[in-house]
Design a protein around this ligand. Structure first.
Ligand SMILES: Nc1nc2c(ncn2[C@@H]2O[C@H](COP(=O)(O)OP(=O)(O)OP(=O)(O)O)[C@@H](O)[C@H]2O)c(=O)[nH]1
Ligand SMILES: [Mg+2]
Length: 484
């Protein structure tokens, strides 16, 4: 048996109120054209939400009302049942340019779509708005009104709400620029209430959205795990040839740094794709700890755990604990923390001053046997960074990026302001309790010691489960922390 037709909702309203932005955010589709000038959308366009190869629900972007007062006057004069009047209106005005948008936007509604009416609640109500609402009421279709305030002005909200009560089954505040997963779900929940007959189908839609989200969170947790594992075990080698060793070491440090940054960038790309940010490439503001280099001092100062937190995490996790700071910070040549606890410039603390290790590269091999170990070249080696603070910093940056991506509404097309960036402060892991840090540290320990992937399975499983829970909480709360 084929699937029943999906529920459809037409997003309608006055020009330039944010209809297309609402569609974009609701459908998580950043291909929806949005523009500052009224008249951006000139024809209806369907945006299906596809989950597991199935259209779960469809949002229809429509052009804004052109001539609502004349349209309403015509409907009032028609002298027949409202729904017939709508049909007759469309038949009669189909070819008239002055009513083209009305004919277009009423078409999906006549064909059975529910109505989502969008207004900018930061401006006062006008006569034309009342005409639009009355036209929509006359269609007889289930209707929800959305207040999408473009700025923070709340002066007119009560006026809008009073008008809506007369014309709509339900009203919701929903901001196309700031709505996140939790608010999208709340809006879908409200849509359940606009028509009793639609309730079971709407419940299925909500269920599908929820499952899809949980799959994405599980995929995110896997990607974070991959990032941590490949970064923590990464090392770089260079031949020690003739000439200046110092210069060669500097090159190798730089290459190592770039390779780790490239891993992080690939992780970012995957997360963006997973959360359907395909077109618009927002950039975290340059002020945030995310935009700074992974080894910048600022990043090491604000992310990860502080000295005491690190010591406790390691001590409680066993393993590294008893051995003290040296082991905790192994991989750092001079120690990130000086004796007084102040932080050195992270990159220089890491690599500065000291010479890199020299290792013997294996000689030529046949059938896996090293034929002549003595022929092996001497190589410079940097990494792997078996360092607990580095682990927490990578983890924090991954969580910040995730939080950034999930809180970035698809309808929003500008870059974050400096004011938003200023709020960015510390990371997530420093807010975890001791048990949570211990669990993460156990995973780090296993990762460091593991001879092969299977060795670390229990610790990995435990950490993945915890991470999925964290990601879910971050998206449930609509967590804006750290604000970006
Ligand atoms: N600040 C802010 N601007 C918004 C918001 N929603 C939409 N805008 C802006 O308002 C302008 C119009 O948005 P659209 O979504 O294209 O509006 P529309 O109702 O589809 O417009 P037409 O297709 O022309 O009828 C764009 O510049 C949007 O970026 C919002 O919630 N906050
Ligand atoms: Mg539009």
């Amino acid at each position: 048996m084929s699937d029943p037709a999906p529920l459809r909702f037409a997003i309608v309203g006055h020009p330039n109120e944010g209809k297309s932005s609402v569609v974009s955010t609701l459908a998580e589709d950043d291909t929806v054209p949005v523009g500052p000038m009224p008249g951006e959308t000139r024809a209806c366009h369907n945006y299906p939400v596809i989950i597991d190869s199935r259209i779960v629900v469809e949002f229809i972007d429509t052009p804004g009302f052109q001539n609502p007062r004349h349209t309403l006057a015509w409907l009032e004069n028609f002298g027949s049942a409202d729904e017939q009047a709508i049909h007759a209106f469309r038949e009669k005005h189909r070819t008239l340019p002055a009513y083209q948008h009305e004919c277009q936007l009423l078409e999906p509604i006549e064909k059975g779509a529910g109505i989502i009416y969008v207004v900018d609640g930061s401006r006062p109500l006008r006569q034309t708005d009342l005409a639009e609402m009355e036209i929509l009421r006359r269609t007889g279709r289930p209707r929800l009104a959305i207040i999408n305030s473009k700025d923070r002005n709340e002066e007119y909200l009560d006026e809008w709400k009073a008008a809506f009560r007369r014309h709509f089954n339900s009203v919701r505040v929903f901001n196309a620029h700031h709505a996140n997963y939790a608010q999208r779900m709340a809006l879908l929940d409200t849509l359940k209430s606009i028509d009793q007959d639609w309730q079971p189908a709407m419940e299925e839609v909500i269920e599908a959205f929820r499952d899809d989200w949980e799959h994405r969170l599980a995929a995110t947790a896997t990607l974070i795990g991959e990032l941590l594992e490949t970064s923590i075990s990464h090392f770089a080698l260079a031949d020690c040839g003739e000439g200046d060793d110092h210069e060669r070491e500097e090159h190798l440090k730089e290459r190592f740094r770039k390779e780790l940054s490239a891993m992080e960038r690939r992780f970012h790309e995957r997360i963006r794709k997973l959360f359907k940010h395909n077109i618009f490439q927002f950039e975290p503001s340059s002020q945030t700890a995310l935009q700074q280099d992974l080894f910048s001092e600022r990043v090491w100062r604000v992310l990860g755990l502080d000295r005491t937190q690190l010591m406790w995490a390691a001590a409680l996790a066993g393993g590294t604990g008893g051995a003290g700071l040296d082991v905790l910070f192994s991989g750092i040549s001079a120690g990130v923390f000086t004796a007084g606890g102040a932080l050195l410039g992270a990159l220089s603390a890491y690599f500065g001053g000291e010479r890199l290790a020299k290792v013997k590269a294996p000689g030529p091999r046949i059938l896996g046997l090293d034929l002549s170990p003595r022929l092996g070249r001497t190589q410079l080696k940097i990494g792997p960074m078996h360092n607990l603070q580095f682990f927490f910093i990578l983890l924090d940056r991954a969580l910040i990026f995730f939080s950034y991506v999930i809180n970035w509404a698809h309808g929003r097309r500008d870059q974050p302001s400096d004011e938003e960036a200023e709020k960015s402060s510390e990371g997530f892991t420093s807010t975890w309790n001791e048990e949570q840090r211990r669990l993460a540290t156990r995973y780090f320990d296993a990762l460091k010691k593991a001879e092969d992937a299977a060795d670390m399975d229990p610790a990995r499983r435990e950490f993945q489960k915890f991470l999925r829970q964290q990601l879910l909480e971050m998206s449930r709360e609509g967590s804006q922390k750290p604000a970006l």
